[in-house]
Design a protein around this ligand. Structure first.
Ligand code: GLA
Length: 528
């Protein structure tokens, strides 16, 4: 097979991309061409994937879709409450190679394989968009099925909204090979990377190309089939990311605004080596927080004097903030935090107490959400005050971070100090971490140790990133210190773990690394 780098690049230059849709390229250069080494590595990876595909299915793939992981710089656990977040994509991504299999008379099926077949064995599913994702069996290929379902669900929604010209293609048999290099269970959105790349591959294989915002929304919705009530941050950044900038992402509807990062600082990602599997621990960690926030919003709604039936329909703290400011415009300047102080008690609530306040069984209020019912079955108490305080303070830090970063762009002249901008950003990151750790209680021993080691070794700011309960930290480090900083983490955090056999010395490059903002999802069709 010819080198993929050398393939004709006419599509990206001749405007083969319609405005706002997932870009279609005929060369790796637009995504991986920043330096020769990266381009050569990407070329080898795509060649290897194409070869594996050929060996597995006896024919080459027709196209590839890649979608990256992300690191969230600030704004943790607030996307599902309707608030803006500020992530950037990382270069590690998942690639899905696909072809439509010619009809051989048998029932259409999806053959899904992975280049790492030992860890991720091949699976066959029916080509049936209405199939359920088997939540009881946490198979890696379930993420593909999420993306698969998402494409048809989106088409059905379009039709239901009255778009008459929407043609729903007949589900074809697909051959699929996946190559993912986003570390799993690390808080870097390996799940969004595979869901987005899968949905993209299914979409493109059926001759469709949705807008980036539609893709971000549909991928967010369909990943919920896995069982986590996640917000839309991971899918939005994976689809919409742009090289060189972080994005401020707003929701309902999803929108992205570039946030240029100041010169002189680099973000370094370090893995605590504690795996955090969002889907498997959802009932006690992630979904538990979603339910706590909903309960906090409901209690605040009651205090606001809303009738009970309206209170039961409240889902997020974002909704309650809107109601608070409408009911008491004076609150506008102070935000919703005074209401939390006034109306929620700092101690955790037990279910019976909340049921008495709300005048209804919690199971009845949440009966339409099986994943919430699983939370209620496992939960002993609900820390409403702490969770609401985190959400309402964290959303302010996101805007403060954006505004601080903007200072570096707009300022010129003697009064401007880029070092002060970095210090201020670092301070916001540290405050975010404290809030995640103390109020949202989504940190863990290893993350606390790692954040401490990062700060001791010169990080201007350091925090857990992603859902937490394990996974990675992100630290802001002065450019000139990056290499020394990484070496000191190897010495102070990883050395003892290498000795204990938790990680191999040779694998350290993939657990602690500097990252520049990378680009988002892309479709590659190579001409041979
Ligand atoms: C996970 C979810 C996101 C977001 C983060 C926490 O990554 O998928 O939607 O809620 O956790 O900020």
């Amino acid at each position: 097979m010819a080198s993929l780098v050398a393939a004709d690049a006419k599509q990206e230059t001749a405007g083969g991309v319609s405005e706002g849709s997932i870009p279609v390229y005929s060369s790796l250069r637009p995504v991986h061409g920043h330096d020769a080494e990266e381009l050569a590595a990407a070329d080898a990876r795509y060649e290897g994937l194409a070869l594996e595909f050929l060996q597995a299915y006896g024919a080459p793939p027709v196209l590839f879709v890649r979608s990256p992981g992300r690191v969230n710089l600030i704004g943790e656990h607030i996307d599902y409450e309707g608030y803006s977040v500020l992530p950037m994509a990382i270069r590690q991504d998942t690639i899905v190679a696909v072809r439509k299999r010619p009809d051989d008379g048998s029932a259409p099926s999806l053959r899904i394989a992975n280049v790492n077949s030992k860890k991720y064995p091949a699976v066959v599913f029916p080509a049936d968009p209405s199939q359920e994702v088997d939540r009881g069996n946490h198979s890696w290929a379930n993420y593909f099925v999420c993306g698969y379902k998402g494409v048809w669900e989106h088409l059905e929604r379009l039709k239901a909204s009255g778009k008459e010209d929407v043609e729903v293609p007949t589900p074809a048999s697909l051959d699929v090979m996946v190559d993912g290099i986003v570390p799993t269970g690390a808080g870097l959105s390996s799940s969004a990377a595979i869901v987005c790349a899968s949905a993209g591959a299914v979409m493109a294989a059926h001759g469709l190309n949705f807008s980036q915002t539609d893709m971000a929304e549909l991928c967010c919705k369909c990943e919920r089939h896995i069982g986590t009530q996640s917000g839309g941050m991971d899918q939005a950044i994976s689809i919409m990311a742009k090289p060189g900038v972080a994005l401020l992402i707003d929701f309902n509807p999803v929108r992205a605004t570039d946030v240029a990062l100041p010169e002189g600082g680099t973000f370094v990602i370090a893995n605590s080596l504690t795996e955090s599997n969002k889907a498997e621990t959802a009932a006690v960690n992630y979904n538990m927080r979603v339910v706590e926030c909903r309960l906090a919003a409901m209690v605040l709604g009651l205090r606001l004097g809303l009738p009970k039936q309206e209170v039961y329909a409240i889902n997020t703290l974002g909704e309650i903030e809107d109601m608070l400011s409408a009911a008491a415009p004076g609150l506008g300047g102070e935000g919703p935090l005074p209401a939390v102080e006034a109306h929620l008690k700092p101690e955790p609530y037990v279910a019976e107490e909340l049921e008495e306040l709300l005048g209804e069984k919690l199971e009845t209020i949440m009966k339409s959400s099986p994943t919430s019912l699983a939370v209620l079955a496992a939960a002993k108490h609900f820390a409403l005050y702490k969770r609401a305080k985190h959400v309402f303070s964290e959303k302010e830090r996101v805007y403060a971070f954006r505004d601080t970063a903007a200072r570096a762009q707009s300022s010129s002249g003697a009064s401007f100090s880029s070092d002060q901008v970095l210090e201020d950003l670092g301070q916001l990151m540290n405050e975010s971490h404290a809030s995640c750790s103390e109020l949202y209680e989504c940190s863990c021993k290893e993350l606390e140790e790692l954040v401490g080691v990062c700060r001791k070794n010169g990080a201007i700011g350091s925090r857990l990133t992603g859902a937490g309960w394990g996974g990675c930290t992100v630290s802001l480090v002065r450019d000139g210190h990056v290499a020394g900083f990484i070496e000191s983490l190897k010495e102070d955090f990883y050395k003892s773990r290498v000795e204990r056999g938790l990680i191999k010395e040779g694998d350290l490059e993939s657990v602690v690394f500097a990252s520049k903002p990378a680009g988002g999802a892309a479709i590659f069709r190579f001409d041979h």
